[in-house]
Structure formats: structure tokens, C-alpha cells
Design a protein around this ligand. Structure first.
Ligand code: ATP
Ligand code: MG
Length: 535
């Protein structure tokens, strides 16, 4: 072990937060040893701004609790820790750990409980990488280095303390930690580690609880180095362990979202890790929508059900909490509403809590050239910048444009989709979703009319007479049927049966429908059974 002068390494207390200084001083004054350890020391030595400081002490959790009283909360079962609050900040305080007892490991060697207290020397051995094992005591101005960790920091290399295979066995999450640090610090991975990074090793991640993996994924998404980390996850087989249904490939969409996330973090903006899940799972989601639509589910139901299904499958790997699940599904479900908004709903869409995320998502799709967005990303972008008068004008002009498109679609119901919608289906990573959505090109009313016409023609071909109404045709004609019922109700008929409508009568109204169609009569309600309430 070597004791280094902190000042010589460029470390001094002014670089530390008041909270960590408060915790270390209070523990030292109470007669305990206390150090900053791990990422805080490592990042300071590299001239980076540590995201937090972790403390370690020879006080047990209950002793820490008695020193800090109400300011301290003991957390964790597998790995017991104290959370100490100082002002608005929280410092994680761990107790020196000795090697775990045998009964606290699984058959495959994974440590399930790690609460045996020990000395600082024993604690050092338990840490994961050399670069994370420096102990800094700011009041004494000392850094304790047990393994020439400082040399590895200068050489920019990630090296395990101990046998890589064994250390992975104890805790498979260390694979994700290696990749995370390699991406964050842009350090090399020690060849001894690379030698054991096989697919079978990554598979051990399946033994880890989905809750822990979700926490890890949050750290990955919010560190500010996602664009570097994702290719490493693919290269070292960790991706399929975390995101089973998502092809292990950096699509244009994922790449763009990762770049955006990193630059938001770099400029101090907040990010919601659930947004990145929404991006990752978009492709499986659209595939599922397509499957469900093909199985006959109406579009709206298919979107809702696909969201539930895709997230349920993902939750087997990373336990996405309920609030994140709602965020993801709402972001997806708002996509068609933003692409084809109803004019009167536009002002209220902007006020929805999930609007901003859904808009960002849509805008991202547009940026990578997703043709289905049809320019609406830019439209919403501009809309948000407009004055009230300008907004009204924009809505009116969008409304006119939509009407024009509907009319066009109605006049050419079987027209092939315009080139922009169907181009590059094979090569584009968005091919699947483009295909899935292409059924929406024809407006709903046009599609309804076409289905009705085709069914009527089929009926004619089959030679069915008007007195043999077809149940399917009845459903398809609901819109027109409703038109007829008003006169029937006025005439006071109480017949509930489906009645054939005489073809000549419909022909007289414009002759759109040549086939004989069934009509449903409305049954007047028996008001004697309805409670009208007091006036
Ligand atoms: P950062 O906080 O920047 O993500 P860190 O190194 O501080 O990085 P933490 O997760 O905060 O990482 O953990 C603090 C320290 O605890 C680590 O530096 C390491 O010494 C130790 N540690 C954390 N997780 C493990 C693990 N799975 N196995 C062994 N030691 C670990
Ligand atoms: Mg840390």
C-alpha cells in the first residue's frame, strides 16, 4: 500500500461538495475512519466533474445511524448502506466489507448477500476495478493506493482487482459497469478482461434481478455517453441480455436519439430515461401493431395492446416501473394523433402532459427521414412558436390541406401509396414500421366506403338476394343505416329485426350503392323502466 499526498495529485478539499465534507468530518469527529472512495476520486484525478461522492467508513450501518440520527436511513438487503442527508444532498455511506460468507453465494458463484464487515484492506479487495479503489481522506490530505491504481488511471486502462472470470461470477453486472466506464472515460479494457468477454459470460446477466438491471440501464442512458456505450454493448453481447426483442443494431433512429440524449446532458438539460426506452422499443412496437392489425384488431386497439405486450416482454429483462411504462405508451399513442390531428383538438393536444415527449419523439422520427411523419414534426415545431392568431391560421390551413387529401384519397381509394411513403422499404431500418403504417394511407372513411363497395360487389357476384342479409355487410353499412333510422323511428315502428332496404330508394338518394343492403331499425326504449330523477 502506498500513501500519496493528495495535493501532489491535484486534489484539495475545495473540489469537494459541502455535503461530503460534512459527512466525513462528522464521522471523523465521532472517532471513526472515513474516506471518499470510487468514482469521486477517480473522476477528480482525471479532471472530470464527479456526478457524486461515495463515502466509506469503519462504522457499521447502525453506528452511522446513531451518529447522524434522523439524517440517516439504512437501505438495501443484499448490500446494506446508509444514506446520509446533508442539506439537499444525499451521500451514500458504505461500511468496509470483508469477503462474503459461503452460504451467501448462489451455486453459480453469484454473491446474494454482502454484509460482512471488515477492514480497509479487505474492503479494497472487494472493489471492482483498480481505478475505483483509491481512498481519499481530505482532512489528512492523503490518498491510499493499495494496487498502483494511480498508474492505471494514468495509463487509462480498466483492470479488474483479481481474476476476471471469478469477479464476473460474483457479480455479472460488472460487465455492464466495464462497458459503462469504458464509454464514459474512454479507457481501454484490459486484455485479460477482453479474453473472457464471451457471449456465455453476458448470458449470466439473465440471473440478475430485472430491478437492478433497470437501475443500471438508467445509469447508462443518463451518463452522457450513450452513443459510445451502445456499440460496446453490441460488441460484447450485453445488448440482447438487456433488450431481448430489439435487434442489436444502431439504427438511424437509435443513433440520433442517443446523440440527442448525450448533447442534452452536456448542456445541463434534464432527460427522462424512459424516453430512450420508447425509442429502443419503437420498432418491436410497430411490428406488434402490424401483427395485431393483421389478426383483425382495429387500429386503435392494436396500438394500445401492442404497447402493453411489448413492455411486458421488456419487463422480463429490465423491470420498467409503472410511471415509465405510462410515459412510453402515451408517447407512442400520441404519434398518430400528432400526425393526423383533428383541427379542433390541436389547441388542447399541446397542453397534454405528454405532448412535449411525443413531439420530441415525432421530431426525431422526422429528422431521420421517417416518411410517415409527413412534415408534421416541423409543423408542430412551428406551431409552438406562433402567436394565438397565427396558430388559428395554421390550424385552418392544415384543416384545408387534410380535407384536400381526404378528397383525393376518396376519389382514388385503391391508389398505390405515393412514392414518398413507400420508398426504401428494404434498406431503411424503418421499413417495418413503414410497412406497418402503410395501411393508414387511405383515410378511414375512404377505406370504409371501399370495403362496403367490395363486399356489396362480392354479394352480387355470389347472387345473394336482398332477403338474405349478410352480417358483415350490416356492420360495414352502419353509417348509412343510421341515416335511415330517423324516419323509421318517427313512424313509430318497434321492430328490432334487421330489415332489407329497397335498392331503388337508395338509388333515388344519389345511387351510390347499387347492392341491396340490410337496415337495422331502432327499438324505442321502454321509458317506464328508466329512472328520470327529480326535477
Ligand atoms: P459513477 O458513480 O461515476 O457511476 P462509481 O465508480 O462511483 O461510478 P458507484 O456505482 O457509485 O460507481 O460505486 C461506488 C464504488 O463502489 C465503485 O467505485 C466501486 O469501488 C464500488 N462498487 C460499485 N459497484 C460494485 C460492484 N458491483 N462490485 C464491486 N465494487 C463495486
Ligand atoms: Mg459513484
Amino acid at each position: 500500500m502506498q500513501t500519496l499526498r493528495a495535493s501532489k495529485l491535484g486534489l484539495n478539499p475545495s473540489l469537494l461538495s459541502p455535503a461530503i465534507l460534512d459527512v466525513l468530518t462528522t464521522l471523523t469527529d465521532a472517532g471513526f475512519d472515513a474516506y471518499i472512495v470510487g468514482g469521486g476520486v477517480r473522476d477528480l484525478l482525471l479532471g472530470l466533474h464527479p456526478k457524486d461522492f461515495d463515502a466509506v467508513t469503519n462504522a457499521t450501518p447502525s453506528q452511522i445511524k446513531s451518529v447522524f440520527g434522523k439524517r440517516c436511513r439504512i437501505i438495501g438487503r443484499r448490500f446494506e448502506l446508509a444514506h446520509v442527508y446533508s442539506g439537499r444532498d444525499m451521500i451514500e455511506v458504505a461500511t468496509f466489507r470483508a469477503p462474503p460468507n459461503r452460504p451467501n453465494t448462489t451455486a453459480s458463484g453469484m454473491v446474494t448477500r454482502d454484509n460482512v464487515w471488515g477492514t480497509i484492506q479487505q474492503d479494497f479487495v472487494r472493489r471492482d476495478f483498480t481505478i475505483n479503489s483509491l481512498y481519499y481522506q481530505p482532512m489528512k490530505g492523503q490518498v491510499l493506493d493499495f494496487c498502483h491504481a494511480i498508474d492505471d488511471i494514468h495509463a487509462r486502462v480498466i483492470r479488474f482487482l483479481g481474476q476476471p472470470a471469478l469477479r464476473f461470477e460474483e457479480d455479472p453486472v460488472r460487465l455492464l459497469r466495464i462497458l459503462r466506464f469504458a464509454a464514459k472515460l474512454q479507457f481501454q479494457i484490459d486484455p485479460d478482461i477482453l479474453a473472457v468477454l464471451k457471449p456465455s459470460l453476458a448470458e449470466r446477466l439473465l440471473e440478475v434481478s430485472p430491478h437492478r438491471l433497470y437501475d443500471e440501464s438508467q445509469k447508462m442512458f443518463s451518463g452522457g455517453y450513450l452513443a459510445r456505450l451502445l456499440p460496446l454493448m453490441i460488441e460484447h453481447h450485453a445488448w440482447p441480455m438487456l433488450f431481448a426483442d430489439i435487434p442489436a443494431k444502431m439504427t438511424a433512429f437509435i443513433q440520433r436519439a442517443a446523440d440527442n440524449t448525450d448533447s442534452r446532458i452536456a448542456s445541463g438539460k434534464s432527460i427522462n430515461p424512459a424516453f430512450f426506452y420508447a425509442v429502443l422499443l419503437w420498432q418491436p412496437f410497430m411490428q406488434r401493431v402490424q401483427q395485431l392489425e393483421q389478426s383483425g384488431l382495429p387500429t386503435h386497439d392494436a396500438w394500445t395492446q401492442a404497447g402493453v405486450d411489448v413492455l411486458r416482454r421488456q419487463q422480463r429483462h429490465t423491470a420498467i416501473p409503472r410511471y415509465a411504462e405510462m410515459f412510453i405508451r402515451e408517447t407512442w399513442e400520441l404519434q398518430p394523433r400528432l400526425i393526423q390531428p383533428k383541427a379542433r383538438q390541436i389547441p388542447s393536444l399541446v397542453t397534454l402532459p405528454r405532448f412535449r415527449a411525443a413531439f420530441d419523439f415525432l421530431y426525431l422520427r422526422e429528422q431521420i427521414g421517417d416518411p410517415l411523419v409527413a412534415g408534421m414534426g416541423q409543423w408542430w415545431h412551428d406551431y409552438q412558436e406562433m402567436s394565438t392568431d397565427q396558430r388559428e391560421m395554421a390550424i385552418r390551413s392544415l384543416n384545408r390541406q387534410q380535407l384536400r387529401q381526404h378528397r383525393q384519397a376518396a376519389s382514388q381509394p385503391n391508389a398505390v401509396a405515393p412514392a414518398i411513403w413507400s420508398e426504401s422499404i428494404d434498406s431503411d431500418p424503418l421499413a417495418v414500421m413503414t410497412e406497418a403504417m402503410s395501411t393508414d394511407l387511405e383515410s378511414r372513411s375512404a377505406r370504409r366506403r371501399r370495403v362496403r363497395r367490395e363486399k356489396a360487389q362480392a354479394l352480387q357476384r355470389e347472387g345473394k338476394s336482398a332477403t338474405q342479409p349478410d352480417r358483415a355487410v350490416q356492420t360495414a353499412t352502419d353509417v348509412d343505416v343510421r341515416l335511415d333510422t330517423s324516419t323509421e323511428t318517427e313512424s313509430g315502428s318497434s321492430d328490432d329485426k334487421t330489415m332489407p332496404v329497397a335498392a331503388p330508394r337508395r338509388a333515388a338518394r344519389g345511387g351510390r350503392q347499387e347492392a341491396t343492403l340490410p337496415r337495422r331499425r331502432r327499438r324505442p326504449r321502454d321509458l317506464s323502466t328508466v329512472f328520470m330523477g327529480p326535477y
